[in-house]
Design a protein around this ligand. Structure first.
Ligand SMILES: O=C(CO)[C@H](O)[C@H](O)COP(=O)(O)O
Length: 295
């Protein structure tokens, strides 16, 4: 194994555990975070100064503005021959922009979709990587350290942007799978005939066509709170479902399941449905059907 030195920016739930896993594999990681409690160095400038060239810096901060400002700062601090990896959940079109901006100065850029959540430290992180072969090859020892053991869990998916595009589609599938389990759970709860829904879910964990890690996590959640009574039926989204639907439109690919699962989250944020008020009003107008008054 070739021991490498890596700069890692962003030491939150994902980045902090990734630093640990890469160190466990024998590499040197110098981490920077705005939170001094988590950080190994006091500033980005210090981080860059501590690394020997040609440097490799992995960025693990929220997508959008935070990633853009780190890339801008790195553009000012790094030199030709260095490489930047964006391992956050960035939109794949941002990767093309970042590769162009950094490439103009001779700095390499690689995008890495990372999946594994809080379990990644123990189980490894699945990596979907995009970029030129020369830059991707340089990162191999780090990818090896992060990926799960075994033959799968790593792919060089294509050119810059392909890693995050693949991760975006992965997350679109994640939305639809979660929605399907959630709908099945609600229907089982509603049926008089089924007396123990949690045990039905548990029984599906082995031998069925629908067994999966998400199903295992659903059972864990039901073990903590059998009827999910402690939670409000409200789901946020971080953007990847929306980008997946936008990409489907750009490519004229029908995505009914993923689109419906995204819209179900939007519906979860309404206490009352404006569109259903209109449906009620129209049924009342054309058929005199009964309506309920607003509370
Ligand atoms: O990458 C992930 C898991 O694979 C994230 O947990 C996921 O992006 C969360 O997305 P959202 O907030 O839109 O549900």
């Amino acid at each position: 194994m070739t021991a490498m030195e890596l700069g890692l920016i962003g030491l939150g739930k994902m980045g902090g555990n990734m630093r640990e896993r890469i160190r466990q594999a024998g590499h040197t990681v110098i981490g920077y975070d705005r939170d001094p409690e988590l950080s190994d160095v006091g500033s980005l400038t210090e981080l860059v100064g501590r690394l020997e060239g040609p440097r490799v810096i992995w960025v693990m901060v929220p997508a959008g503005g935070p990633t853009q400002s780190v890339v801008d700062e790195l553009g000012d601090l790094l030199e030709a021959g260095d490489t930047v990896v964006d391992g956050g959940n960035s939109r794949w079109t941002d990767d093309e922009k970042h590769a162009e901006e950094l490439g103009a100065q001779g700095i390499g850029f690689v995008d890495a979709g990372v999946s594994g959540g809080v379990w990644g430290l123990e189980n490894g992180y699945a990596l979907m990587v995009g970029g030129d072969k020369e830059h991707v090859d340089r990162l191999q020892p780090i990818f090896e350290a992060l990926k799960p053991e075994g033959p799968y869990g790593y792919v060089h998916a294509g050119r810059v942007g392909a890693g995050h595009f693949s991760k975006m589609v992965h997350n679109g599938i994640e939305y639809a799978m979660m929605q399907a389990y959630a709908e099945g759970w609600e229907l089982l709860q509603a049926a008089d005939s089924v007396t123990d829904v949690r045990e039905v879910f548990r029984s599906w964990q082995q031998g069925t066509v629908i067994r999966s890690w998400l199903l295992d996590l659903a059972v864990d959640a039901l073990d903590e709170d059998e009827y999910l009574e402690k939670l409000r039926g409200y789901a946020q989204d971080s953007g990847e479902g929306r980008w997946t639907v936008e990409a489907a439109i750009d490519n004229a690919v029908p995505l009914p399941a993923i689109t419906a699962s995204l819209f179900a989250r939007f519906a979860s944020r309404q206490d009352d449905s404006p569109q259903m008020k209109m449906i009620a009003a129209l049924r009342n107008q054309f058929g005199g059907h009964s309506v309920e008054s607003a509370k």
